[in-house]
Write a protein that binds this ligand. Structure first.
Ligand SMILES: Cc1ncc(COP(=O)(O)O)c(C=O)c1O
Length: 400
């Protein structure tokens, strides 16, 4: 190594050295090329962004409280927004007091703060298998050991949770329209999970970015209803308003929220006052109720297009997929002979991309025979074209 190369950065921390770029990261870069039909993305539909309403609320905020909106603010969050979030959560039948809510810069920040506050090197953390890639990446920085929450075709199976959960720091779950599977936990399983958490004395983190994106029927409430004394729930405005706002919230017993507030102060002082006040204004204007039906319709229609195309073009034998009632993702399980890390290269060569299933596992990386498809941002004609190509590739591989 010559001195020029050596001095390109200050000496790197072990943390950076440990978090090497994965093969999947490289594959996803390819998936971003303009001529590729990408089912790999996780972005919400830009058609759902209420630009006019944001413009109006921004003007109101600047006129009414411009100086406040452009100033630093408290770490915990702006009172008008906290009050609106409290009201919204209560409207779902779930109790939430103002001092149980912490505003964060996207729920991704909540995941980082939770890791910082509650994970030491080697701590046991339970995650579904598969789970949200971004949560695994956030927790990884704090070097936990993972144990898998057993899952089946209905989501996590609390009946199979045993005494090995006694020593975990928390169980991280996405109970509604899960990323990556699209599955939703039934009320019975939610109640059972709460019972198990009490029996083995563990905490639950219930991450819920997709709950409002239901197609027909509203999903069951947050785990905070079933185990309020030991659940921290995460919410976000990314999928109901705009991810560019970077605005989310954490709800939990105030003693469990306090360490997050303490750490957030060191991390970024406060979440943008400006976007908090605009969002509070938008909620006061009633946007959550007037805007969301149209958003749900967009996602429902896109999902139906993809499911229809899959029915038409995917091989039938040994290939199964979830049929979500909301959210952004379909999870495909293939015969074990197929490794989707490998398949992805061939798919990209044919100008179609997905996320290989292995990206979503912590332990049990041997699960290579699955993929996540997002139907959200691809136009219907392209959905059909991409699914047809993928179906043909799978049929070739499986000799069907
Ligand atoms: C399960 C889950 N949690 C958290 C996030 C992060 O969302 P944000 O930081 O935009 O609130 C995402 C984003 O896709 C997600 O799927």
């Amino acid at each position: 190594m010559n001195s020029e190369t050596k001095n390109q950065t200050p000496p790197k921390s072990q943390r950076v050295l440990n978090s090497t770029n994965s093969i999947i990261g490289d594959l996803l870069k390819l998936a971003g090329q303009a001529d590729i039909i990408s089912f790999a993305g996780g972005l919400p539909s830009p058609k759902s962004f209420p630009i006019k309403e944001v413009e109006k609320a921004t003007q109101t905020v600047l006129e009414k409280e411009g100086a406040l909106a452009l100033q630093y603010s408290s770490t915990v969050g702006e009172k008008p927004l906290i009050d609106q979030i409290g009201k919204y959560i209560n409207s779902k039948g779930v109790p939430a007091q103002a001092d149980e809510i912490q505003i964060v810069s996207g729920s991704q920040q909540a995941l980082d703060l939770l890791g910082m506050a509650y994970i030491d090197k080697g701590s046991l953390v339970a995650v579904e298998s598969p789970s949200y890639l971004g949560a695994i990446q956030a927790f990884d920085l704090y070097e936990p050991k993972y144990i898998e929450i057993p899952t089946d075709e209905h989501g996590l199976n609390p009946d199979l949770i045993g005494p090995e959960f006694k020593n975990i720091r928390f169980a991280y779950v996405i109970t509604t329209f899960q990323n990556p599977t699209g599955l939703t936990l039934s009320v019975e399983r939610r109640k059972k999970l709460a019972e198990k958490a009490r029996e083995y004395d563990f905490w639950i983190i219930d991450d819920n970015p997709y709950g409002e994106l239901y197609y027909d029927q509203e999903p069951p409430p947050s785990m905070r209803l079933y185990a309020p004394e030991r659940t921290i729930s995460l919410g976000t405005f990314s999928k109901v308003l705009a991810p560019g706002f970077r605005l989310g919230y954490v709800v939990g017993p105030k003693e469990a929220i306090a360490p997050l507030t303490q750490l957030k102060q060191a991390v970024d002082l406060n979440t943008s006052t400006f976007t908090q006040l605009i969002t509070a204004q938008i909620m006061e204007d009633g946007l959550m109720t007037t805007h969301l039906p149209a958003v749900r319709e967009i996602y429902k229609t896109q999902c139906e297009y993809m499911l229809k195309a899959m029915d038409q073009y995917f091989p039938k034998e040994g290939v199964t997929w979830t049929k979500p009632d909301g959210g952004m993702f379909i999870w495909v399980t293939l015969p074990e002979s197929i490794n989707t890390d490998e398949l992805m290269k061939e798919a990209v060569a044919r100008k179609v991309a997905f996320v290989p299933g292995s990206a979503f596992y912590t332990v049990g990386k041997e699960k290579y025979n699955s993929m996540r498809l997002s139907f959200v941002t691809v136009p219907p004609a392209k959905i059909e074209e991409g699914i047809k190509t993928l179906g043909e590739l799978l049929k070739e591989k499986l000799g069907q």
